[in-house]
Design a protein around this ligand. Structure first.
Ligand code: PMV
Length: 390
């Protein structure tokens, strides 16, 4: 009995940090992925890589199991394995990819209770989605009841199993909720949505034209409520010979510390909000260029974005060195993610030359095409892992 699901990492073309304050941003799903495998534990304990699951060390997995796994109904503890090629704590969304893949695996293994309304339409009796208001992915209590829809759950009629139970919006909203909890309540939905939906994801403070609107996300933060409109952005023709080259400094920098550093800087000098707004203006220019397929202008916006990020204090000498090395052979280059270490990304038509330049400057380079597939189920063997009737 085994279920496996995988999700891609992401890199950010424009707008990290500013997006936490509600400014626009664009992220791209990369080729590198994380796979989560689950099967019944050999004993009465939840296990990760064979060891007892430590809730403090793995808060994402711990919250997800409470949200999604019906232990109280008798479902057995699980054994979890994680594999993949996304470097950890490096600005590539490894924790969001892990959360989204884990969410998919748990939901597929568990199934979903449904209710059939009098008109024959089937509705969820449980679960999390931007289109239902009576369950709360962001609830602070670790109780799976948060996911039960009170009126529907009492009338549950049947269960849907395996892939038909999977829902991308659910993976994204739960992924965002656990990211926000891990980042002290400050996280944009960018990582989780890009890992769930794949492709190119655009976040904005308004519903955009020329992009498919996915949903609205809202989050209450210590300094006010944020609202983001998320979109799937179709990359126009002409991007076929374009590559992202990612350069890893090998320096680990936790996202939460970087996000807190920016919040503190702005708390101390509120006029620095101007810098966040300027990143938003640059991102808007980059988004327009992306919609028009003008990749030279996309690259220029990335480079301008980097200048602002450096000013904000989230770059570092190692990142600057890799960005300098990549610049001559690329259309634009910048850090990706929270910064302070981790990765940079270059947009280039010469992936091999750009990679070599990054490696010569001391980084580890890898290449990704634009816009890869989002979360997907890899394996379903001898299901169900557990059934409410068994
Ligand atoms: O470092 P990563 O891959 O977790 O990306 C963080 C992106 C930020 O904008 C800095 C934070 C966020 O929640 O959007």
């Amino acid at each position: 009995m085994l279920v496996e699901a995988s999700a891609p990492g992401k890199c950010i073309l424009f707008g990290e940090h500013a997006v936490v304050f509600g400014q626009p941003a664009v992220a791209v799903a990369i080729e590198q992925r994380i796979k989560v495998s689950i099967q019944p534990s050999p004993d009465e304990h939840w296990r990760l890589e064979g060891h007892r699951l430590d809730a403090k060390k793995h808060p994402h997995l711990n919250t997800l199991r409470h949200r999604l796994w019906p232990t109280k109904d008798g479902a057995p503890p699980l054994s979890i394995q994680i594999t993949g090629d996304i470097p950890r704590a490096s600005g590539l969304g490894s924790s969001a990819a892990l959360s989204v893949a884990a969410c998919a695996a748990l939901r597929v293994a568990r199934g979903r209770w449904m209710v059939e309304a009098r008109d024959g339409v089937h509705h969820w009796a449980e679960g999390y989605s931007s289109s239902i208001g009576d369950t709360d992915a962001y609830a602070t209590f670790d109780d799976q009841k948060a996911g039960l829809r009170p009126s529907n759950y009492d009338n549950r009629t049947h269960m849907i199993h395996a892939e038909s139970a999977l829902d991308l919006d659910e993976c994204a909203v739960l992924g965002h909720a656990v990211e926000a909890a891990a980042q002290g309540g400050r996280a944009s939905p960018m990582d989780a949505s890009t890992c769930a939906h794949g492709g190119v994801v655009l976040l904005s403070d308004q519903v955009e034209e020329d992009a498919t609107h996915l949903y609205r996300r809202e989050l209450e933060m210590s300094d006010g409520k944020r609202t983001w409109e998320l979109h799937d952005l179709e990359v126009p023709e002409g991007g076929d010979d374009l590559f992202l080259v990612i350069g890893n400094t090998g320096v680990h920098a936790p996202t939460s510390a970087q996000v807190a550093k920016v919040a503190e800087a702005i708390g101390q000098e509120p006029e620095r909000m101007k810098e966040i707004e300027t990143i938003g203006t640059i991102a808007r220019r980059g988004i327009l260029a992306l919609k028009n397929g003008d990749y030279d202008a996309v690259g220029r916006a990335m480079t301008e974005n980097q200048i602002m990020l450096r000013g904000l204090g989230v770059s570092c000498p190692e990142l600057d060195a890799l960005i300098r090395a990549a610049a001559p052979t690329s259309l634009g280059a910048k850090l990706t993610g929270a910064g302070g270490g981790g990765c940079m990304v270059a947009l280039t038509r010469n992936p091999k030359t750009t990679s070599e330049a990054i490696e010569l400057a001391g980084g580890r380079a890898f290449i990704s095409k634009f816009g890869n597939e989002g979360v997907r189920v890899e394996t379903i063997e001898r299901m169900p892992i557990w059934s409410p009737d068994s």
